[in-house]
Design a protein around this ligand. Sequence first.
Ligand code: G4P
Length: 528
Amino acid sequence: MNSFKEEIQKRRTFAIISHPDAGKTTLTEKLLLYGGAINLAGSVKGKRTAKHAVSDWMEIEKQRGISVTSSVLQFKYNGYCINILDTPGHEDFSEDTYRTLMAADSAVMVIDGSKGVEKQTIKLFKVCVMRNIPIITFINKMDRDAKSPFDLLEDIENVLGINTYPVNWPIGSGKEFKGVFDRNTEKILSFTANNGQKEVEKKELALDDPRLDEILGQYLKQDLFDEIELLDGAGDEFDLDAVREGKLTPVFFGSALTNFGVEPFLEQFLKLTTSPIARETISEEVDPMSDDFSAFVFKIQANMNKAHRDRIAFMRICSGKFEKNMEVYHVQGKKKMRLSQPQQIMAQEREIVEEAYAGDIIGVFDPGLFSIGDTICSPSHKVQFKGIPTFAPEHFARVRQKDTMKRKQFIKGTSQIAQEGAIQIFQELDAGMEEVIVGVVGVLQFDVLKYRLENEYNVDIIMENLPYEYIRWIVNEDVDPKTLDLASDTKRIQDLKGNHLLLFTSYWSIDWALDHNKGLELREFGTN
Ligand code: G4P
């Protein structure tokens, strides 16, 4: 095998998702530590201190303690090259999570053992299941009082509709946490509490070890034996194909803060997942090992560095090798180009990349050329990836600038933020851009819009919430929306490409529109 193929085979690219506070940042930090990418525990983030996460770029994230944008980190471990894609920890940004998942080959789901699958996270986790990629679960904070592991698994199965396979099994939790039983090696990895030290001492014990009584105590030992029997008898069988298809999630119990169970998790994770696999384009499947370069844009992030007012397009390489200064073809722009300032994020540092391979994510400077879903490929072998679906917005507001002199900045700001996919903008029929209708999937996106327009574009806005909840694209191209017979609470609008849409306050008015306009076809989703 040549080194080009070896490089691709070494790649593991995964997204990490969790409810805020479940421990995603802590787990990421520990994973990076194993890769030697950072050398000081706590350097990723101390939320209550002045330090902030490498992955939290925006001011609003620091203020709110939530992660709004997604970032990418790369590190090397045991001959592997691992790309972690961070995702926003709030369901209002589940569309962003979905786009990030498009760029990932697998996902790690972090769950707080004391809380289980939390209400606000259901939507986030569900988008993960929609992608049919392997999902590996890490149930965190076992050093705190946790729910029964059986209840936790049931939670995941019921809410997400996928089966679970516990790879290890916790012995007690909180003050009683004694460690985990590894179902594969049939050994106990014992946990020693140590007054908050970062690294805990690890001891491996066989089930017939005479010290077991003393270490676990009679009661927990008996519980463990009973539970192992129950699991072996009644639990799902391990099935690697089902894992790879996203139908069975392997579950690990551990404690990221005390660094317990993180390394075994990482090692198993690398075995359970694969290097990049073939991806569909409109015309063919691209083999990651192909010599022809191909990539798609899954994220656009403006003003990551306020001083530079830059805009970065993140692309996932799907095949071949990227080399700095090589010529590529931008399919949607129908143009040959060279990608400028290609960069990768290594822990805190952004580095210019000389080369990158299928599986890697690179960020390139974007002067406004790219949109989400765009394909970049080798000029000698043109392909086009299928677009990334946009979610139907569920909340709408009319937005206009306070100071009419700021019209230019207002248009620029709203258009750029829409191009990033953070919001969707629409107009009243035949109206100008002085006033737009903004649609979002989660209401927090309105706050981000307001904040960013004020801080990055210097525009104060007035936002008036609208009562609509459903949006439909009109499929028929020959229909003039003005001639449609609609309920009085239905609104006619258009998107920036001139497509016609309707806004409804209820399903009843959607039915009304369909009943009163023969042949009218409505579609729920748009595409980029
Ligand atoms: P997030 O990125 O998912 O939002 O969570 P994060 O890692 O920031 O963790 C949230 C809080 O939970 C942090 O405490 C963190 O120290 C704690 N934590 C993470 N993993 C574990 C664990 O395994 N056991 C226990 N007991 N706690 C854990 P904090 O007080 O909110 O912040 P900080 O001041 O410690 O940073």
